[in-house]
Write a protein that binds this ligand. Structure first.
Ligand SMILES: [Zn+2]
Length: 423
């Protein structure tokens, strides 16, 4: 049906006043500008949205790629809180996994059948995939318990999961803690009964997370796997090098820990580049070998970016000087809820004009009140509370940061920063 005929048909069915209202709403939506105190406008084709979701209980990032492909990076859910943690966001009436699923449905409201094309678990810790307890609700199938990512998967179809272990989960030693076993039971059941696929994250490749809805339209988009399990991209082709020594040469107490094995990736859209390194460390704990620094080889491959999320929530073992100087982003985002996020030295490195020149802004999802007391200068955060939405314009030439209310499900924009120009 041609456009005019379609309008006449609609006119015959709907009263004129209602039709005018519908057209006005559509017009506003199509050219909508985000504004403070208004609901965030829906994603539109060509835009790249990176939502860092604030729950107070772990890490969760929703990526809506330029053709509408959807990627969830982690969906954490820590056990109930201690004074070290900020309160649940928006509140404690629902588990974090359910809040995340509801947030995703709103962010994907442009899609009548919202779903996730990919879910990436950066590593097997509860603040990234969910915890485990006998008191947690059981899935409809009875095969696993609902927490973090498995809650999201119970609410929204996930086409493919990527993690650092599938199918054997044996590096550096079998990963068999109760939370990971629950996640593995979820993957196994979804693959057998729901058509979900699973893949091990392959460092160096740029063909594992791809645009799967209209790729031809956006040739300037790339998702580059950088590292996992100590295997790190060199920056050349798909070539990787093994950063960790052969385990037979390493005393067991020095073996790589879970954070060191985190996945890392660089996402590029035109001139816009973004980095996510999960919980990789860059400052080895006292007395440990220098190869416990994973940030340095990763930074060498990644190079400068427009924006980056802090590794390991800005904890004491991260954001070494070389890493900060090499990535030198204009925008840093922090996924935080704990009094140790970020630490003083990490904050000083982020702010240092000696490490890299030029302006920068730092945004946190949920800064703990204790951090305010002990981290000097932390009041210079551009924002210390709320969902953080990096909204990249079509083509990647510029981007904005929107802060969205996390006190309720109003999805109200509270602050807007930018536009920033991609370099
Ligand atoms: Zn973490």
């Amino acid at each position: 049906m041609k456009c005019a005929a379609w309008l006449v048909e609609l006119r015959n069915r709907i009263p004129l006043v209602l039709l005018a209202t519908l057209l006005a709403v559509a017009a506003v939506a199509m050219g909508a500008e985000d504004a403070v105190d208004r609901e965030i406008t829906p994603w539109q084709p060509g835009m790249l949205d990176i939502h860092q979701i604030s729950t107070g209980r772990g890490n969760a990032g929703l990526y809506i790629l330029p053709d509408g492909t959807t990627l969830l990076v982690d969906a954490g859910e820590l056990p109930r809180k201690t004074p070290k943690h900020t309160p649940d966001r928006p509140n404690d009436s629902r588990p974090a996994g359910e809040w995340i699923a509801r947030y995703i449905r709103h962010a994907l409201r442009h899609d009548p059948k919202p779903s996730l094309d990919y879910a990436l678990v950066t590593h097997f810790h509860d603040d990234h995939m969910g915890s485990m307890a006998d008191t947690l609700p059981v899935s409809r199938s009875g095969a696993y318990r609902l927490t973090g990512l498995t809650w999201v998967g119970e609410n929204l179809r996930i086409a493919k999961v990527l993690d650092r272990g599938w199918p054997d989960y044996n590096y550096p030693k079998p990963v068999q803690d109760p939370a990971t076993m629950n996640y593995r039971a979820f993957v196994k059941w979804q693959m057998a009964n729901n058509g979900m696929k699973a893949d091990r994250f392959v460092p160096g490749h740029n063909d594992q997370v791809v645009l799967c809805r209209d790729a031809k339209k956006y040739p300037e988009f790339e998702f580059r796997n950088v590292g996992a399990n100590g295997e790190i991209w060199t920056g050349v082709g798909t070539v990787t090098r093994c950063h960790f020594p052969d385990l037979k040469d390493v005393p067991k107490p020095d073996w790589p820990h879970e954070n060191m094995c985190s996945t890392s990736f660089r996402l590029s859209y035109g001139k816009f580049d973004y980095f996510n390194g999960g919980d990789i460390p860059g400052v080895p704990s006292e007395g440990y070998p220098s190869w416990h620094d994973v940030e340095t080889p990763v930074a060498k491959a990644v190079g400068p970016v427009e924006a980056a999320i802090l590794d390991h929530h800005g904890y004491v073992d991260t954001q070494n000087e070389f890493f900060v100087a090499t990535l030198r982003p204009r925008v840093w985002t922090l996924s935080v809820w704990d009094s140790g996020h970020p630490t003083l030295r990490v904050w000083q490195r982020l702010r240092s004009g000696r490490i890299y020149p030029g302006p920068r802004d730092v945004f946190a999802t949920d800064l703990h009140p204790a951090t305010r007391l002990v981290v000097g200068g932390i009041e210079k955060l551009a924002s210390d509370r709320g969902h953080i939405v990096l909204r990249v314009s079509p083509g990647g030439g510029e981007y904005r940061v929107l802060i969205v209310d996390d006190d309720s499900e109003s999805h109200r924009v509270t602050k807007i920063f930018g536009p920033f120009k991609s370099q």
